[in-house]
Design a protein around this ligand. Structure first.
Ligand code: FAD
Length: 349
C-alpha cells in the first residue's frame, strides 16, 4: 500500500527547504527526497545584502525580499530552536574620491537610503589596507545555511519525512491526477534541484547556466574583524574565533563541483590586496550556483504535466530570494494565484 502525501519535494537546498517550510506552515503532508551532495546552498557564504556593491544600486526586488526573508528565518530559528541569522554590517572599501562621491549620491536615493549609511567610516584596522573610507551597508548579515539545512534535515528524519537519495526519474509514474514514486502517491511533485536540474528530463529544456563559485576558509588571529568587508572579494567572520570565509569566485564555464588550485589562487590574490596580516587556509569549497540568463528565478508548472513543478534559478542571492519565491509557488499551486511573468517558466516556452 502506498503512502499518500500532498507533495513530493526533490532537492533540499534553499529552494527545497523554503518550499518545505511553506508546506509545514500550511499543514500539508509531504516527503522530501534529496541528496546532500552537489549542493550550492551548503557551500554558500550565506550573506544577505540588498545592495549591488559594484554599481551602488538596489538588487532585484531587494526591499520586499528582505522584508520577507528575515522574519521567515527568525521563525525557523524558533521552530528548530537554534540560531541561524547573524546580522553584520558590511563595509565596502571605497577606492577613490569618485567612488566616495558616488556613495553619497546613492545614499540620497529613496530606494537605497534605508540600507546605506550616510556617514563614511575611517579605517582603524591596521591589518586592512583601505586608502579611502568605508561605505557601510546596514541590514546585511549572514545566514548559517549549512547549519540550517542540517538541523531541518534532522527534524524531518525524526518524522520520517526525509529520504537521502538521488531521485530516480525512471521510477516516476504520473497521470494528470496523481504522482506515484516508489512507495508514495502524491498530488504534486516539486523539483528543487539547483544545478542538478540539468539532468532532469522534465525541466532540462530550461536555460539554467552554471556559475561555479569557490570559497576558502582562513584563520587570521590578528585580523580582529567584526563586520563583513568587501573589496575584490568578501571576507566574513564565521561563528568560530579568528575564522573567516573568503569568497567567492565566478566561473561561467566549469561544470565540475571540485575545488581548484586556480580558484584558491584567485581568492588569495584578491584577499591580499586588502589584508596584510598572516593567515592560514583551513578549508576550500566549491559549488555551482543555479543561474538563468535573464537573472530571474525559474518557477512554475510543467507545460504538459500540470502536477509537476519547478523551483530553481535562485542565482547568486538565494538567501534573500528563496523565502519570497517559494511562497509565490505555493500560492500558485494551492490558491491558483498567478505567477509574475518575470519569474514564470512560461517565459521560456
Ligand atoms: C561559493 C558560493 C557562494 C555563495 N554565496 C552566497 C551568499 O553569500 N548569499 C546567497 O544568497 N547566495 C550565495 N550563493 C548562491 C546560493 O548558494 C544559491 O542561490 C542557492 O543556494 C541555490 O539553492 P538551490 O536549493 O536552488 O540549489 P542547491 O543548493 O544546489 O540545492 C539542490 C539540492 O538538490 C539536490 N539534488 C539535485 N538533484 C537531485 C536529484 N535528482 N535527486 C535528489 N537530490 C537532488 C542536491 O544534492 C542539493 O542538495 C553562493 C553560491 C556559491 C556556489
Amino acid at each position: 500500500m502506498n503512502t499518500p502525501v500532498d507533495y513530493i519535494i526533490v532537492g533540499f537546498g534553499l529552494a527545497g527547504l523554503t518550499f518545505t517550510e511553506q508546506l509545514r506552515k500550511n499543514n500539508k503532508s509531504f516527503i522530501v527526497i534529496s541528496s546532500l551532495e552537489k549542493s550550492s546552498s551548503i557551500v554558500a557564504g550565506g550573506m544577505y545584502n540588498p545592495v549591488i556593491l559594484k554599481r551602488f544600486t538596489l538588487a532585484w526586488e531587494a526591499s520586499g525580499h528582505l522584508k520577507t526573508a528575515l522574519p521567515f528565518y527568525k521563525e525557523l530559528e524558533t521552530y528548530l530552536q537554534k540560531s541561524f541569522l547573524i546580522p553584520l554590517p558590511l563595509y565596502r572599501i571605497l577606492n577613490s574620491i569618485e567612488e566616495q562621491n558616488n556613495w553619497h549620491i546613492a545614499t540620497d536615493k529613496p530606494s537605497l537610503s534605508p540600507y546605506l549609511d550616510t556617514q563614511l567610516i575611517e579605517n582603524k584596522n591596521k591589518n586592512i589596507t583601505a586608502n579611502y573610507k568605508f561605505g557601510v551597508v546596514t541590514q546585511s548579515g549572514r545566514l548559517k545555511v549549512k547549519s540550517l539545512i542540517q538541523h531541518y534535515v534532522k527534524k524531518l528524519k525524526q518524522t520520517k519525512q526525509f529520504i537521502a537519495e538521488n531521485f530516480d526519474y525512471t521510477a516516476l509514474n504520473h497521470t494528470t491526477n496523481s504522482i506515484n514514486y516508489k512507495n508514495y502517491t502524491a498530488k504534486h511533485l516539486i523539483f528543487c534541484e539547483g544545478f542538478g536540474m540539468k539532468n532532469n528530463p522534465y525541466f532540462n529544456y530550461l536555460p539554467l547556466k552554471p556559475s561555479k563559485g569557490e570559497t576558502i576558509t582562513i584563520v587570521a588571529p590578528e585580523l580582529n574583524l567584526e563586520a563583513i568587508v568587501k573589496s575584490g572579494v568578501f571576507i566574513l567572520p564565521t561563528a568560530k574565533k579568528n575564522e573567516y570565509l573568503v569568497g567567492a569566485t565566478y566561473n561561467w564555464t566549469d561544470e565540475t563541483w571540485d575545488a581548484t588550485t586556480t580558484g584558491k589562487e584567485q581568492l588569495q590574490q584578491k584577499l591580499e590586496k586588502f589584508i596584510i596580516c598572516p593567515y592560514t587556509i583551513v578549508k576550500q569549497a566549491a559549488g555551482i550556483r543555479p543561474t538563468v540568463k535573464d537573472r530571474r528565478p525559474l518557477l512554475g508548472q510543467h507545460p504538459k504535466h500540470p502536477n509537476i513543478y519547478v523551483l530553481n534559478g535562485l542565482g547568486t542571492r538565494g538567501v534573500m530570494v528563496a523565502p519570497t519565491v517559494s511562497k509565490q509557488l505555493y500560492d500558485f499551486i494551492a490558491f491558483k494565484k498567478p505567477l509574475n511573468t518575470e519569474i514564470d517558466i512560461k517565459r521560456f516556452l
